[in-house]
Design a protein around this ligand. Sequence first.
Ligand code: ADP
Ligand code: MG
Length: 733
Amino acid sequence: MAKPTARFDSLAAAQGWSASDSPDGKRDKKAHPAFDIEKIFGESTFGLTEMRARLPKPVYKALVSTVEQGTELDPTVADAVALAMKEWALEKGATHFSHWFQPLTGSTAEKHDSFITPNAGGGAVAEFSGKELIQGEPDASSFPSGGLRATFEARGYTAWDPTSPAFVVTTAAGSYLAIPTAFASWTGEALDTKTPLLRSMHALDGQARRALKLFGVKARRVLATLGPEQEYFLIPEEYYYRRPDLVMTGRTLFGAQPPRGQELEDHYFGSIPERVLSYMMDVERELYKLGVPVKTRHNEVAPAQYEIAPIYENANVAADHQQLTMITMRNVARKYGLVCLMHEKPFAGVNGSGKHLNWSLGTESMNLLEPGDDPHTNMQFLFFCVAAIRAVDKHQGLVRATVAHAGNDHRLGANEAPPAIISVFLGDQLNDVLQQISENGSAKTSKQGGLLGLGAPVLPHLPRHAGDRNRTSPFAFTGNKFEFRALGSSQSISWPATVLNTIMAESIDDMSTALEAELAKGTAFEEALLALLAREIKEHNRIIFNGDGYSEEWQQEAGRRGLLNLRNTVDALEYLKEPQNAELFEKYGVLSHRELESRHEVALEIYFKMVNIEGETTADIASTMILPAAIRYLNELLAVADRSKTLGVTGTGVLGTVQAVSTLVDELRVSLDKLVAQNAELGGDDLESKVHHMRDNIVPSMLAVRSAVDRLEKVVPDDFWPLPTYRDMLFVK
Ligand code: ADP
Ligand code: MG
């Protein structure tokens, strides 16, 4: 007998939730008034306000100077901070503390220790020393190190990052204190994503302040800023746990196209279903408590797809907050009978999920990528803007490599989201200003947007932007920041940000050096600057593209311009090996040669493992779920055919169906055998050949199996089909 079917699941999935039995609905309505954002914002963090209230003045001052100016922290303040932090955490109900860090897996890690220390009288007291705050010693041997550490050298250290506030995590059963930390090997090499990010911010700060000095601006500090927009899917957990592919790999490895996908264009910005909206509000409330300034929510393009975005923050805190956002989104979903999918391509045939990384740099009082109304007069802006363009052109391969991973191969260049070719979009106004400079040596005008009349007298006239938006560009100037759109939805933003900061530091450095040399010769500032800008624009003009990035013509045009088109992870990761990139990171103190090498190796390893798991999961599901279902159906058909024959009933319908199903079963068997053989082989001993085997053999073989399975899904009876379908998963809300 067939098992309970997807039909029954759908009903359960839809009924598994109602407004009144949501976690909030359960509470007395009166106990759940509209919450006071200002009051709860940051209530679970040990931020500057809390520190000011609890710390001796000199200690507080030392901390502020580290947080705000990036100065080195006097280690003697640690004991005082630890004491205050512990008291605060205990008041919040915490029983444990944890150094919270971000290993090269791309996610976070934590190990909890209780505050409890036995005392002489047989009781226990809560203790937490400065040493415990500053340094942790997790066993590093089970984290990816890319050869930086032999397995017998297990020691690793975590080091307190005082510039990102500690926070208390609360569950129904209790709370613990989490302390953001960096993670390094016993030999002092970074094993995490935070350390190089902090180093890159330091490099950028130094170079940007040096350049600002040339403009007569004295800044205390220049900070890289990040605002990451996160796309995600929500599906009922009823389905999730019935899809071993989602559980094992985060994406569906099978699934025929439903009759309806996203073609009606009715989901994007549509009215948010109540269950989902309640979820979003709950997520936001939790994030507010953690001091994460989430701001925007909306439906995305694909059915069951949504987006959340915060207000930007300094790069380090933004990166920590982005991790907290993903963790919170995953956790809260379960309260609503939902599962939050962060994979780049959970469903074939509808849009995948990306993470747009808005990136800029600024002083205490000004955003250095703010053009103002007349960019042609804003020389300082033009300097930084051209530096960014130059950086991206010079380091296309590296920039592309920062977003290279197995999940993202389904998006980049796959006819949606940005293409795999890295280019820069500037918009009409800015493009025009830069072309004026490169052609005439200076710019005299900035195109203005003017006012937009809508033709109905009751409607206001709208100020129109001087340039349109462009959805297809991987690196687009969007008003006062660049938006790097090629990130995958599941990935940490730290590494892309690290690279942007580093290549920007280099560009600013090179351009400042050139400018300083010219000034030393006695050339006037404006003249020297314009000549420099004109030269740089000419040299890097090829990276600027304001047209349709999805078009075939762009692929060809980019080829003619000599731009890279790295279509998959394996090709893109090659760029981490380039000697000039190793020198770049070393020069700005961001990564040593060995640290960079290790990152390359870890990225390859992760690619290999992910695709390998997908290959095995495909084979498992096809062998143990799909093939048996198809054969059961065939058996049923054959029984009918047999009886028809006995009874002398003639007709071609049954036999025709037998034939069709049988042909598909043959096709599945053949493609499955091939995949199983390739899974067994693994591609040799060294990592490079394994990775090539995954890309060149496993990926196409999985697709062949999928093709047979998806066609079977269209003919095998619904009550025989063992997996929830796209029709179910994407539309039950
Ligand atoms: P859009 O919807 O046009 O992409 P938004 O203004 O909603 O633009 O911004 C998207 C993201 O960009 C938000 O997270 C926002 O905080 C962020 N952002 C805005 N200004 C900056 C900046 N100077 N640096 C980094 N991110 C920024
Ligand atoms: Mg955006």
